[in-house]
Design a protein around this ligand. Structure first.
Ligand code: ADQ
Length: 492
């Protein structure tokens, strides 16, 4: 921890950064995937500390031995929170993923506002608060993460906890028109005010939060305080700010320059000599806009037949929430579309879409980033989207082009040098693919060099330092590229 070395950092998130699976004789531990782990695991490995969360499996067996093994290898400790099947159904699949996830991404028609989900959510948040009290000390800094745990601040307050505690939301925060549909809107919002510091990904999220506060708690005052907003409620102050998350630039770059990755990339390049690979990398989720992306590729191949045989989409999907029927249906829809497009355009020696449905080792992922001439990142709404940043960092030859959705938080920092698209505009995305394909090497290099320089400066360590400075000193470092104000006028 750079901002204040005297406090141990305690990360609290729904899942621990590992996947625990029962092996033949022993538990197997694998690193978890997803944006939160990519961002935070290097922070704890570098600084030490404790991570509290659910191990991702329902068990009453003792798992302390594999947890200990992990701590020795990674340099920080894990503290598991055990959940029952019913907890997982109500709190995780229910309230977190059928209410908060769709609502905060603006898909309120996908929400299922079941009252028992809310009951379970509160119960599990209470359990997390108790585990925090059990496993931490007074001088620890407790950092709660993401939408699963919005109520932990309120539960800690109910336990009269004497811990410094901040919260960071990894996903978007919507405008009042959307948020007000939540039956428990007051409870959630006032629970968020029980943290000392609340961080969002973008200015837009911060402003939306403020508008929701004005609508639901008009008696609460606020003032601008440097890069933070200070909210006065009852007898306490809550700081609110925008902290766009990032990745460990050095770690990704070092891997991208390694011999193993260069070797893998050379093999891929050999295979796709005459074609430009366009990369799509996502967790399987309806917010990521994958069917819309496939429609745009289809459109590009039909409007610009000269691209046939010259571009191929490499779509990597990491399995996610596989037990949920909606996600299974999405996977089937994607696979049907891939089959149709490939059926329509494939020629001997070329197929338009290569499709992989699995979690990849980091090395393999990095070599895919490196071998791709374009990244096509088109979420319908996304808190940040780390894939956009990973692609740029791994492209150390600076010859790639980034096509990026306006609705990814990353656009608020990368808008000047990415090719921005509206993911709902199929013709617009098709045109961006064509533009990316023909973009001259010198323009690609100039753009990519600037993109990489932004990501290098505002990396995960800058993000950490900024959040902790806000937590301990009440001031945040500036992220000069996050300009909602400067970004909006760029949209044509
Ligand atoms: P996610 O929704 O998980 O994160 P994102 O930020 O894009 O989205 O991170 C995905 C991570 O998964 C990346 O680090 C990527 O490398 C990894 N990944 C993707 N496909 C993979 C594959 N096939 N194999 C292995 N790894 C793969 C949430 C929010 C985001 C926010 C992050 C961090 O939804 O908006 O950026 O948290 O705050």
């Amino acid at each position: 921890m750079r901002a204040d070395h005297s406090h141990r950092l305690v990360i609290v998130s729904n899942r621990l950064p590992v996947v625990l699976k029962a092996g033949e004789n022993d538990w197997e531990l694998k690193p978890g995937s997803g944006g939160l782990v990519t961002a935070l695991a290097p922070v704890l490995s570098r600084n030490g500390g404790l991570w509290i969360g659910w191990p991702g499996t329902v068990t009453d067996e003792d798992i302390s031995e594999p947890m200990q093994r992990f701590a020795e290898e990674q340099g920080y400790s894990l503290h598991p929170v055990y959940l029952s099947h019913e907890d997982v159904q109500g709190y995780y699949y229910g309230f977190s993923n059928e209410v908060l996830w769709p609502l905060l991404h603006g898909f309120h028609t996908r929400c299922s506002f079941e009252p028992w989900y809310w009951e379970k959510y509160q119960e599990v948040n209470r359990m997390f608060a108790r585990e925090i009290m059990r496993s931490t000390r007074e001088d620890d800094y407790i950092w709660i993460h993401d939408y699963h745990l919005l109520d932990v601040g309120a539960e800690l307050k109910a336990l009269q906890a004497d811990r410094k505690c901040g919260f960071f939301l990894h996903i978007p925060f919507p405008s009042p028109e959307i948020f007000l549909k939540l039956p428990w809107r007051r409870e959630i919002l006032s629970g968020m005010l029980d943290f000392e510091l609340v961080g969002f990904q973008t200015q837009a999220d911060t402003i939306n939060f403020l508008h929701c506060l004005r609508a639901l708690c008009p008696w609460v005052d606020h003032e601008e305080w440097g890069n933070l907003l200070r909210i006065q409620c009852e007898n306490r102050t809550v700081n609110v700010g925008c902290f766009p998350i990032s990745i460990d630039f050095e770690q990704f770059e070092e891997q991208a320059r390694s011999k193993e990755v260069e070797h893998k990339t050379a093999k891929l390049n050999l295979f796709h000599q005459d074609q430009q690979l366009i990369l799509g990398v996502d967790r399987l989720d309806y917010t990521k806009g994958i069917p819309e992306r496939l429609m745009a590729l289809d459109k590009a191949l039909s409007l610009y037949p000269e691209l046939r045989g010259r571009i191929s989409l490499l779509q990597l999907l990491v399995p996610s929430r596989e037990e949920v029927a909606e996600y299974q249906a999405l996977k089937e829809e994607i696979e049907r579309m891939v089959g149709e497009i490939n059926g329509r355009y494939t020629q001997p020696g070329w197929i338009p879409i290569h499709y992989l449905y699995r979690s990849l080792e980091r090395q393999e992922l990095v070599s895919f980033y490196q071998a791709s001439g374009m990244a096509l990142i088109t979420p319908l709404w996304d808190g940040m989207n780390l894939v956009a940043k990973e692609y740029c960092v791994c492209n150390h030859r600076e010859d790639g082009a980034l096509i990026l959705s306006e609705f990814a938080g990353a656009a608020s920092q990368l808008y000047e040098d990415a090719i921005l698209v509206n993911p709902y505009d199929v013709n617009g995305v098709a045109e961006a693919i064509r533009r990316g394909f023909y973009m001259h090497l010198s323009e690609r290099q100039a753009r990519m060099s600037r993109l990489r320089s932004i990501i290098r400066t505002y990396d995960i360590h800058f993000w950490l330092e900024s959040f902790l400075k806000a937590a301990f000193e009440g001031q945040a470092l500036e992220f000069p590229r996050d300009g909602l104000r400067s970004y909006l006028p760029k949209i044509g």
